[in-house]
Design a protein around this ligand. Structure first.
Ligand SMILES: *[C@@H]1O[C@H](CO)[C@@H](O)[C@H](O)[C@H]1NC(C)=O
Length: 421
């Protein structure tokens, strides 16, 4: 059986409805960690585990364990240097299509897990031919919503600047046709923007500037002397279901308890803390998630309420909208610790497509229907299933039947394509 993976933020987002966003997102993340551990143990006893999914929660060595004993809140610059990135093969801002992640698994069982996989440094940031749309949307959001959607607390300033510097190094290596490193920062040769990151004070918040360079949303967690990780910097511009200001400044534990994440205290809190403390600069990780949205808005899903409402919830969403209004929202999240500041950086890249498009791909309608049916009550609530299950499942079943009638070999999907597909 395969580990079911779910979302950090997918769930968080579905939780959104309960107004919990980032929190939920982080929460589930971590909870997911724990569940992964359990599931992997279980898996190991039944089937060979996937070699691509090592146990990322355990320290690789004794020395890894010892490092955890350092004084909380203090980070000794590790001296680690990321290997230089290779250019993305044949990348072109006008022709390189988004990677079609389909990170859902067959039922009947569904596990909420963190679903972490090791990440190659080269693959830290993914850009494609939707770049210019994302870039324009972000600029508009930064102007219209201002510091409701981005910000950097003083304790996170060094980390935010290190993130910006790292992007100025990485992007020209990986996407040389678009970015050029300069003595004071970076130039985007396509949009004609130049950023001087040596100016002090910086002309704008470093998280806002970082967000302008890439398609991802960004968040930074910082360890304080109490040993907790706090959300102290972010640029959350296209997240659909959650708002930075709801969780800004909160520690992981509060983010989660305030979001009523099931079993957080009993089952998740400790593992989550350990995961953050053990994360090393040289071992970045990535995960994927997905959820369904019943409107076509990338930046903010109005179905769950106005972005300025006190509370937002799936309760307000219209039920059983036509299938044309169903969208597949999927995130690719990376998690790195920056070596100088010790800041933990999340990148959250959203991929957004109509359901009516993704069903054209072999096996997708059948597998997605199976996955949606495997959600337990809690996950279903988080993901708003009640609002769209009738229309969606009827449609997916019909599309699956059409694929079978057209000759789809149901038993040959196999392991040829593995998660996240
Ligand atoms: C960048 O900022 C620094 C510090 O303010 C300044 O000395 C330098 O002239 C600026 N460079 C450019 C190219 O604007």
């Amino acid at each position: 059986m395969a580990l079911a993976i779910e979302s950090l933020r997918g769930i968080a987002q579905s939780i959104v409805p309960s107004k919990d966003l980032i929190g939920a997102f982080l929460t589930l993340n971590i909870c997911a960690c724990i569940i992964v551990l359990i599931a992997q143990k279980w898996n190991a006893s039944s089937k060979p585990s996937r070699s691509s999914t090592p146990d990322l929660e355990k320290p690789a060595s004794r020395s890894g364990r010892e490092k955890v004993t350092r004084t909380f809140g203090e980070w000794t610059p590790s001296g680690f240097k990321r290997p230089m990135a290779q250019p993305y093969p044949d990348w072109d801002v006008h022709t390189s299509k988004p990677i079609p992640y389909r990170p859902f698994r067959y039922g009947p069982k569904y596990f909420v897990t963190m679903g972490l996989r090791s990440m190659k440094f080269d693959e830290w940031i993914e850009l494609d031919n939707h770049y210019l749309k994302y870039h324009a949307d972000k600029a508009k959001r930064l102007t219209e919503r201002g510091d409701k959607c981005y910000g950097t607390a003083p304790e996170a300033m060094d980390g935010a600047i290190e993130l910006l510097e790292e992007l100025c190094d990485y992007l020209p290596e990986r996407y040389p046709t678009m970015f050029q490193k300069t003595t004071t920062g970076i130039t985007n040769k396509v949009t004609q923007e130049t950023f001087n990151i040596t100016q002090r004070p910086l002309p704008e918040d470093p998280m806002a500037t970082a967000a302008r360079l890439i398609q991802d949303d960004l968040a930074i967690m910082i360890e304080k002397p109490d040993g907790e990780y706090y959300l102290l910097a972010g640029a959350i511009l296209l997240a659909g279901f959650w708002r930075l200001r709801d969780k800004f400044g909160m520690p992981l534990s509060e983010i989660h308890t305030s979001g009523d994440v099931p079993q957080y205290k009993e089952k998740l809190e400790k593992g989550m803390k350990n995961f953050f403390r053990r994360l090393k600069p040289e071992e970045p990780v990535v995960r994927n998630n997905y959820f369904i949205q019943v409107d076509d808005q990338l930046a903010w899903s109005p179905s769950i309420g106005s972005e300025d409402a006190e509370e937002v919830s799936w309760n307000t969403a219209e039920k059983n909208r036509a299938i044309e209004h169903h969208f597949f929202r999927s995130e690719r999240q990376s998690l790195r610790r920056l070596p100088r500041s010790g800041a933990v950086v999340f990148t959250i890249r959203t991929y957004f497509e109509p359901i009516t498009e993704i069903v054209k791909q072999d096996y997708v309608p059948g597998r997605l229907a199976s996955a949606v049916r495997s959600w337990g009550d809690d996950v279903s609530r988080y993901k708003g299933k009640e609002k769209y299950q009738d229309v969606l499942l009827e449609y997916l079943d019909r599309k699956h039947d059409e694929q079978v009638a057209a000759g789809l070999k149901v038993d040959q999907e196999g392991e040829a394509r593995s998660y996240p597909y």
